[in-house]
Design a protein around this ligand. Structure first.
Ligand SMILES: Nc1ncnc2c1ncn2[C@@H]1O[C@H](COP(=O)(O)OP(=O)(O)O)[C@@H](O)[C@H]1O
Ligand SMILES: [Mg+2]
Length: 342
């Protein structure tokens, strides 16, 4: 296995780091650990939470809420933002509504836009799409001020799907742009002011909007598929379901050329821990079961495993514990965990 430290050392230009996996496996903890590590290496780092329910405040044991980028106390170079989902959703909703209204006007469809807007904004993936849009924003704008941006996001699957869609979407946008240009130039020709065509095209708000959407999408896609700049890390526990979620995600992102950083195995019970708790039947059973799952991980994902994180006695809360977890994750001696496989 190539250890996380080695992997990162080989990618000095890495900029966008994602953690994905099933709910509750430790994505937020791993994102915090990676971000802390980058900051401690002297890299200006932004940790951005795009979850509907945030946990950065709880992980760092300090108030990081409010939707603004805030410095993390006690860690120079580290900044965090818990993106306000309701705010993002409201703004995205208005944006979509505007697009629908403009489209209907442009297509000369004299109907009430409201039902169309309602359909567009009440689909079940709307919040995810809004958060994805915000992620694109952070990558292209705020993120440019940082050496590294670590995303703690529930929307990994959504990000991937949208990249898959972007080809069709790009074609659609191209068509829209062409037909808008045609319509404008036709109108200009009729008015016998050909020289004004380009000028008019440049002033057209809807066309400008389409072009900027297209450019934004292309720009972010370029970043997301660049293995020098982007890495997706998948977090799993030594349990069946989280392992299959990781397997599925990896197949999915590879199909879209998104670079996989590797797999982080969280919540591994240490042998000493199991021996110390000899009378704890629950822990003994867990410890025995875990060997089978660790073997499964080695067999299925072996070359992608980057590190193991032990199961702690308490939740990972507060800077001191994040520091401890960083020390464990970045400990190059991973033999303690690998020995558990046999
Ligand atoms: N190695 C660990 N040992 C003990 N508790 C952990 C460990 N990793 C995560 N936790 C705890 O498990 C819960 C879920 O972790 P979290 O990072 O929030 O998962 P996710 O973001 O994937 O939903 C949190 O309460 C966290 O503190
Ligand atoms: Mg989380």
């Amino acid at each position: 296995m190539q250890h996380i430290g080695q992997f990162l050392a080989e990618r000095p230009h890495l900029r966008y780091i994602f953690t994905g996996g099933k709910g509750g496996v430790g994505k937020t903890v791993c994102a915090a650990v990676l971000a802390l590590r980058f900051a401690e290496e002297g890299k200006r780092t932004l940790l951005a939470s795009l979850n509907p329910v945030h946990s950065l405040t709880s992980v760092f044991g300090q108030d990081l809420s409010g939707g603004q980028i805030r410095p993390v106390a006690g860690v120079p170079n580290l900044y965090a933002v818990e993106v306000d989902a309701s705010d993002v959703v409201a703004r995205y909703r208005e944006n979509i509504a505007q697009r629908v209204r403009e489209f209907l006007r442009y297509a000369d469809i004299p109907v009430d836009a409201r039902p169309f807007v309602d359909i567009a904004v009440t689909n079940p993936a709307f919040e995810e799409s809004a958060m994805f849009d915000k992620m694109v924003d952070i990558m292209l704008k705020e993120g440019q001020e940082f050496d590294r941006v670590v995303f703690d996001t529930a929307a990994v699957a959504n990000a991937v799907r949208l990249i898959g869609l972007s080809k069709i979407y790009g074609l659609w946008l191209q068509r829209m742009i062409e037909s808008r240009k045609e319509a404008l130039s036709l109108r200009q020709q009729l008015a016998f002011r050909k020289e004004k065509v380009m000028e008019e095209i440049k002033k057209d708000a809807m066309l400008a909007d389409l072009i900027s959407m297209d450019e934004r999408f292309k720009a972010v896609k370029k970043l997301l598929v660049d293995p020098e700049q982007t890495a997706f890390f998948f977090v799993t526990l030594p349990l069946t379901l989280p392992i299959s979620v990781v397997r599925r995600f990896i197949t999915m992102v590879e199909a879209y050329d998104i670079p996989v950083g590797g797999v982080l195995v969280n919540g591994v019970i240490r042998r000493e821990e199991a021996e110390r708790a000899a009378g704890d039947e629950y822990l003994q059973n867990k410890f025995r079961e875990q060997a089978g799952y660790l073997r499964m991980i080695q067999e299925d994902l072996g070359p992608l495993v980057r590190a193991h994180l032990p199961l702690y006695k308490t939740e990972v809360v507060g800077l001191e514990m994040v520091r401890q977890a960083a020390a464990d994750l970045f400990d190059p001696h991973q033999d303690w965990a690998l020995a558990l496989v046999s």
